[in-house]
Write a protein that binds this ligand. Structure first.
Ligand code: SF4
Ligand SMILES: [Zn+2]
Length: 540
């Protein structure tokens, strides 16, 4: 069985694999789900050959990084959201037949195994895995015991650090037997083959406070996914979210002032709302400075068994959105609302169609609307593999107000701005607002083995903040160049120099701080930055 190159090959291959597995070729969900399920049930053993064929999805590293999503084990969430499914032994809000969840089950939720399995699958498929974007899923991360949080993240770092080395020996280690050594593993990761260049954690707005921000920084987090869902208090109340919109606004500011990137989860079609109100919500998200998320995950409300929403729907108290009206809605907001500084990371959640009783059931929405879609968002403009060596690239700048600060979005684009090569997010916060996020002392013994973050004035005082630097195009190995990719041709460095110039000349600031992924610290060191309280800082 050969490795598929094109779609036709892949389909043929699928049939082949199905024959081997003795199952009918599924159209949706993906065949990989079937494979993971069978491995989880112990019906077949992991096979390099099958994985090589099954994981041939070429888009995964074309945004410049290898995305590795892992799940934490099940823990009760204090939320009572009426649409949220509860399944035995599953993290709240996740279903055991979602692809990412099935991978986690197969690895018994062991973070080390989850990371290594994913890296192996990506690499087998010809992807580079030197730059890892780690996404920790599983509901509200902040609700997990601190000790488990630290162990989990430590193991993710260790899995990357040890990837490719004595795998079989360490693969069998159980999580509980490992020492907490977050700081040591992070330090190792600075020079490892697989470096974690970004770490995303999921949480609720009401769990974000100054103390939580310090915790997230210690773990190496650079991006936070916030379960916002709606910006209307009556809708939040009706859906029993347990927080109001004021908390979202506050959390957004706290996170941005600490340099984090923010990804809002938004749910159109919630009880109490309708598409007219939802449209207004999207308009407000990008016209009011209080919101302005950097990324969006749009999850239309779906009715799933074992939820309160299911009984409401059964009694006729809730009417779900239809596929077509949702598709039209998405096309409208993409065309009229989403600004170029935002990335639509996801359009629908990976809930398998069979679990959806009512509501949009279009897992391939992006492909369905691709032809009709007019969108300026980051994702739709990322250069992917279409970089032409020596093509004309211009520097563009967009200023906007957000959460009491000034955001400056710098981007390298083609002259028509349709192709995006690299971007940088610079934030200038009002001086009086600086520092409080890191002014909280950490409770003793919470994070063993890591140096304390400074209290008092805080490292961010009077500093301009760089919240993101990203060069798109094919993932290129660290310290190497690829003539078909804009990575490592100096775009990131030029953006950084421009950000330093703006901070110094336009705002009179003397310091710049980058929220850097652990694995990118070396890059900033070369540019004259020094590690201070988990940020890379330079006097300018
Ligand atoms: S906060 Fe998230 S995980 Fe918790 S109940 Fe609500 S939707 Fe479910
Ligand atoms: Zn888009």
């Amino acid at each position: 069985m050969g490795v598929s190159k094109g779609d036709v090959d892949f389909l043929r291959l699928k049939k082949d694999i199905c024959k081997k597995l003795g199952v009918q070729p599924p159209t949706n969900p993906d065949l990989r789900e079937v494979y993971e399920k069978m491995v989880a049930r112990g019906e077949i053993k992991r096979s390099m050959e099958l994985e090589k064929a099954l994981f041939s999805k070429r888009v995964r590293t074309e945004s410049g990084v290898a995305v590795v999503a892992v799940l934490t084990k099940s823990y009760p969430c204090p939320g009572k959201c009426i649409y949220c499914p509860t399944e035995k032994d599953m993290p709240k809000s996740y279903l055991s037949n979602e692809p990412a969840v099935m991978r986690a089950i197969a690895a018994k939720f062991n973070p080390y195994r989850q990371v290594q399995n994913r890296l192996r699958a990506l690499e087998l498929n010809g992807h580079k895995v030197e730059k890892v974007e780690l996404i920790v899923m599983g509901g509200t991360f902040s609700c997990l015991p601190k000790k488990y949080q630290q162990k989990f993240i430590t193991e993710c770092f260790r899995a990357c650090n040890e990837y490719g080395k004595h795998e079989s020996r360490v693969m069998n280690h159980e999580l509980k037997k490992r020492q907490d050594d977050l700081f040591k593993e992070q330090k190792r990761n600075e020079k490892a083959k697989c470096r974690i260049i970004g770490l995303t954690l999921e949480t609720r707005p009401d769990y974000i406070d100054a103390e939580e921000i310090v915790s997230f920084r210690k773990l190496g987090c650079t991006r936070v996914e916030l379960g916002v869902q709606s910006i209307f208090d009556d809708v939040l109340k009706l859906n029993k979210r347990g927080h109001n919109i004021a908390r979202t606004i506050e959390a957004t500011k706290l996170l941005k002032d600490a340099g984090f990137k923010i990804n809002y989860h938004i749910m159109p079609g919630l009880p109490g709302s309708n598409l007219k109100r939802d449209y207004k919500m999207f308009k407000r998200l990008f016209s009011e400075p209080a919101f302005q998320p950097d990324m969006l995950k749009i999850y239309p409300t779906v009715v799933i068994r074992n939820t309160k929403l299911y009984s409401m729907w059964k009694k006729g108290e809730y009417k779900a959105l239809g596929d077509e009206e949702f598709e039209k809605f998405i096309l409208r907001i993409k065309k009229n609302i989403i600004p170029p500084v935002v990335r639509i990371a996801r359009l629908v959640r990976d809930v398998p169609g069979t679990s959806i009783e009512a509501g949009p059931n279009v897992s391939n929405l992006r492909q369905l609307i691709e032809k009709e879609s007019v969108c300026r968002c980051i994702r739709c403009r990322e250069v992917r593999s279409e970089y032409v060596p020596d093509e004309e690239i211009i520097l563009d700048r967009i200023n906007y107000a957000a959460s009491g600060g000034q955001e400056i979005f710098l981007q390298f684009v083609s002259p028509d701005k349709k192709k995006l090569f690299a971007l940088l997010r610079l934030r200038i916060v009002g001086v009086q607002d600086h520092g409080p996020a890191l002014a909280q002392p950490l409770r003793p013994n919470e994070y063993v083995g890591t140096p304390p973050l400074s209290t008092g004035e805080g490292v961010l005082k009077n500093a301009a903040l760089v919240r993101e630097v990203h060069t798109y195009g094919k993932l290129t190995s660290i310290d190497k160049k690829n003539k078909n990719s804009p990575q490592h041709i100096g775009l990131g460095k030029k953006l950084l120099l421009e950000a330093e110039r703006i901070a110094r000349e336009e705002f009179g600031l003397k310091k710049i701080a980058v929220i850097s992924g652990v694995g990118v610290r070396g890059y900033y060191r070369k540019a004259g930055y020094k590690l201070k309280d988990s940020y890379m800082v330079k006097v300018i």
